[in-house]
Design a protein around this ligand. Structure first.
Ligand SMILES: [Mn+2]
Length: 464
């Protein structure tokens, strides 16, 4: 259910070392109502709270005193009414002991502690919230109006948390491997089910169930569609037709809430057409060559640009692009087909730490975000370090609305063969995504290998 207490204590120690002074306030999540107050969404703890305080229950708050090196957990012991509905629960001091915290107090004491610190002129560091309930809680606790909450979040705390959570320890790597192994079952099941006549939701429901049955929920709403050209397609009402490609972008959470994020693209019915295979091989090469190039010191921006060049050069071989490949990529012409980034950090969040600010996580003084359409959407650009876990997910898509727009604007006519692109309007899209660990000398693709070569996929789809 959780790591040993010392893991959490050490993480808090490292946070103290990384910061100058004051109090750190890390709020756990409350329950969130679904359609009436007592009918709630599946509970999900805040990821930074899980990282430093481990406890997976609602209505908790952690405080770390950076000056006297103490930490506190605030939360309420259950009463007899709670026990009747929820069963026996450990006391706050028992729960705190599980994560190496010695001092606990009821939640009602939290405002006093914070007020005393504020009166003494001490800084209260908090992370940017993302739920309405947390905004209101911070307003009440700190006396900062809701509108001012994001801008008063602590830059120093954000940097320190990003620094710690970016580098995964061995416990975390093992958890993410478990999450990929669950994704193996989800994706191979989806492949075998991808037959003409089945409705997308029949497959999506089964693979979501696999994730739930192995531990956690899915790590994000499943993307599963024969319209893979819509990048985040959550509509699951299409009937699978022969000749279409099915894109499945889905991952699992483990019981400790570490995520996987995997994409596979398969031909409905189990056999790639020649036209599908030609495009598929380009995406696969972009996926495999950028994985092979992954090592400490290389920037993710350069891996992204490598994928863009492979895609542009492959599309030129097919006749969809033309002209000088390097120049086409430099100007951004490839983004008609590859309009998103190569990947993102992965951890307790599927887009790890995105709530702390994408540029704080993915960029630094050395590598700044591009302003060019396509590359601007790259979430992770900076240099890789051992212990980073990130996704590599190149794709090629034929998006009719984008084709019409660019063609109407005569955009990149030196590099794009629009006459041929017109013939691919009904093609759909292809994306292939794996989860990669940066090691001391190179990289490791995490988890049990999920078929991705065209012939491996065709072979697996023959099995029933
Ligand atoms: Mn992803």
């Amino acid at each position: 259910m959780m790591f040993e207490a010392k893991v959490y204590a050490e993480r808090r120690e490292r946070l103290i070392s990384a910061m100058s002074g004051g109090l750190v306030l890390i709020l756990g999540n409350p329950e969130a109502p679904y359609n009436y107050p007592a009918n709630t969404y599946h509970f999900r703890q805040d990821s930074s709270f899980l990282y430093f305080f481990g406890l997976d229950q609602p209505d908790l708050a952690g405080v770390i005193d950076l000056d006297d090196h103490t930490d506190w957990l605030f939360g309420d012991d259950v009463d007899i009414d709670d026990i009747i509905w929820m069963g026996p629960q450990p006391s706050m001091s028992e729960r705190a002991a599980l994560v190496g915290v010695k001092q606990t107090a009821p939640l009602a004491k939290l405002p006093d502690i914070l007020r005393q610190a504020i009166q003494k002129g001490r800084r209260i560091h908090y992370l940017p919230p993302y739920r309405g309930e947390t905004y209101m809680q911070l307003e009440n606790l700190l006396g900062i109006k809701v509108a001012g909450i994001p801008s008063n979040a602590s830059g120093e705390l954000i940097q320190a948390v990003v620094g710690l959570r970016s580098v995964k320890d061995d416990y975390e790597i093992a958890e993410i491997e478990k999450a990929v192994d669950i994704a193996y079952e989800m994706h191979t099941t989806a492949m075998k089910m991808a037959r003409p006549g089945i409705i997308e939701r029949e497959i999506a429901g089964i693979i979501e169930g696999i994730s739930l049955s192995r531990g956690g929920p899915v790590s994000f709403p499943i993307i599963l569609s024969i319209h893979g050209e819509t990048l985040h397609n959550h509509y699951h009402g299409n009937i699978l037709q022969p000749g279409r490609l099915m894109v499945t972008d889905a991952g699992a959470e483990t019981t400790l809430h570490y995520a996987s994020d995997i994409t596979r693209t398969v031909p409905v019915g189990g056999k790639f057409s020649d036209r599908q295979r030609d495009i598929y091989e380009i995406v696969l090469k972009a996926n495999m060559d950028t994985i092979a190039a992954t090592k400490p010191g290389i920037t993710n921006l350069s891996l992204h640009m490598m994928a863009a060049r492979i895609i542009a050069s492959g599309l030129k071989d097919v006749g969809l692009m033309k002209g000088d490949t390097d120049e086409a990529v430099a100007q951004g012409a490839h983004a008609l087909f590859f309009p998103h980034g190569l990947g993102h950090m992965l951890g307790l969040d599927v887009h790890d730490m995105e709530g702390l600010g994408e540029n704080h996580v993915g960029y630094d003084n050395e590598v700044t975000r591009s302003k060019q359409f396509g590359t601007a959407f790259l979430r992770l650009g900076r240099k890789h370090h051992p212990g980073f876990i990130f996704t590599i997910e190149p794709g090629i898509y034929f998006i009719p609305a984008l084709i019409d727009k660019w063609k109407g604007e005569d955009k990149f006519t030196d590099f794009i063969n629009y006459e041929m692109v017109e013939k691919y309007r009904d093609f759909g899209g292809i994306r292939i995504e794996d989860d990669i660990l940066v090691t001391q000398n190179g990289h490791k693709v995490l988890g049990r290998p999920i078929p991705k070569k065209a012939n491996e996929i065709e072979l697996l789809m023959q099995e029933i």
